[in-house]
Design a protein around this ligand. Structure first.
Ligand SMILES: C[S@@+](CC[C@H](N)C(=O)[O-])C[C@H]1O[C@@H](n2cnc3c(N)ncnc32)[C@H](O)[C@@H]1O
Length: 341
């Protein structure tokens, strides 16, 4: 049943009003190391306070509240992890998502969203520092921690391109606004012929270099620093990635980036776009792109999630064939792959 059909209750509205308290509790539990410490076994608030060097009263209130929102269980004065928490909030576990709080529950995003009313009136960002600010420090955290959806989508691209790549003598790759750089490096790991040029602002490039080192492909990676709207791109390339970026800009500006990619690709080369898209579903049926557009409104001049039709027009208008569109279960982003004419 869609949310439109359910009666909105006072309780639901109050939950929405207070949602930020849950965010603060989760973030504090992660930052103080509560979940990791409780993975060692049940502890009282006094024991945990001593172990994590906090005030005992503060720890008692925090643990009770984390229990109240279902992340812990309390039993006779001892607290322990609720079922499932051990897999996703304990550092070092393969499914650990806690590091994403540095992005999804960051002061950066919250400070921007505090100006949402002004952004709605103005029709764009009113904060001094935002997603389009050169060398914005938030992008350093993003490059370090925001890899949640990268694995499945970057693997999907490699699988989709593999037969085509196998027939090529060269695989020159440009990753525009690479962030962590993992899209290009995943391809480089799978395809030994591949050489990757990773482009981003100067403050982000060293973090991408570290990721290339970790994946063992650093010797086939070079870097371009600067504004992707202006910096000479080099080339020609066989593959250009523009991932999770075009929604930062109006459709017109996004089209300029697609045109730059076109100019840097060989004929027959492939442009890979990853990102949220708005489809035909109503916002309550597919909420993720609409909620993401709110951040773009508060944090960019003209960005928002583009529709699949806009992407199709943008790509074909800049000299690409109609893209193939790929979706993955449980991943809100789509992958679009378009061939350059
Ligand atoms: C949302 S992140 C995307 C990173 C990566 N492509 C991904 O898919 O996760 C946006 C990236 O764009 C970079 N960026 C934004 N505007 C840019 C510009 N004008 N020139 C170069 N990089 C830019 C930021 O530094 C950041 O690393």
């Amino acid at each position: 049943m869609s949310r439109q059909q359910a009666e909105v209750t006072r309780q639901r509205v109050i939950e929405i009003m207070q949602g930020y308290r849950n965010t603060a509790l989760l973030r504090t539990g992660i930052d103080l190391g509560v979940f990791g410490a409780l993975a060692e076994g049940p502890r009282s608030a006094a024991e945990l306070g001593a172990r994590l060097e906090t005030d005992e009263r503060g720890m008692t209130i925090l643990l009770n509240a984390l229990t109240a929102i279902g992340l812990l269980r309390a039993d006779g004065g001892a607290f322990q992890l609720a079922s499932g928490v051990d897999k996703i909030l304990v550092p070092g576990e393969p499914g650990y998502v806690g590091a994403h709080a540095k992005i999804l529950a960051s002061d950066w995003e919250w400070d921007a969203l505090k100006t949402l009313d002004a952004a709605v009136r103005h029709g764009g960002a009113v904060v001094d520092e935002h997603a389009e600010t050169p060398n914005f420090a938030y992008w350093e955290d993003f490059a370090s921690y925001a890899t949640l959806a990268t694995g499945p989508t970057s693997d999907l691209v490699v699988d989709a391109l593999r037969p085509w790549l196998a027939e090529r003598d060269t695989v020159e790759v440009l990753d525009m606004a690479c962030g962590h750089g993992l899209y290009g490096y995943t391809l480089a790991k799978a395809e030994p012929k591949a050489r990757v040029t990773s482009l981003d602002w100067p403050n982000v490039v060293p973090i991408a270099a570290g990721q290339a080192e970790k994946l063992g492909v650093r010797d086939r990676v070079s870097f371009l620093e600067g504004d992707m709207f202006e910096v000479p791109l080099g080339g020609p390339y066989d593959v250009v990635y523009i991932t999770n970026v075009l929604h930062h800009f109006s459709a017109e500006q996004a089209g300029q980036l697609v045109a730059r990619a076109h100019g840097a690709l060989r004929p027959g080369g492939r442009l890979v776009v990853v990102g949220f898209t708005v489809g035909d579903e109503a916002p309550d049926v597919d909420p993720a792109p609409h909620l993401f557009s709110v951040l773009m409104l508060a944090w960019t001049g003209g960005g928002q999630v583009h529709t699949e039709r806009e992407y199709d027009e943008m790509l074909r208008g800049q000299g690409f064939r109609a893209p193939s569109v790929h979706a993955l279960p449980g991943v809100p982003m789509k992958v679009l792959i378009a061939e350059r004419d």
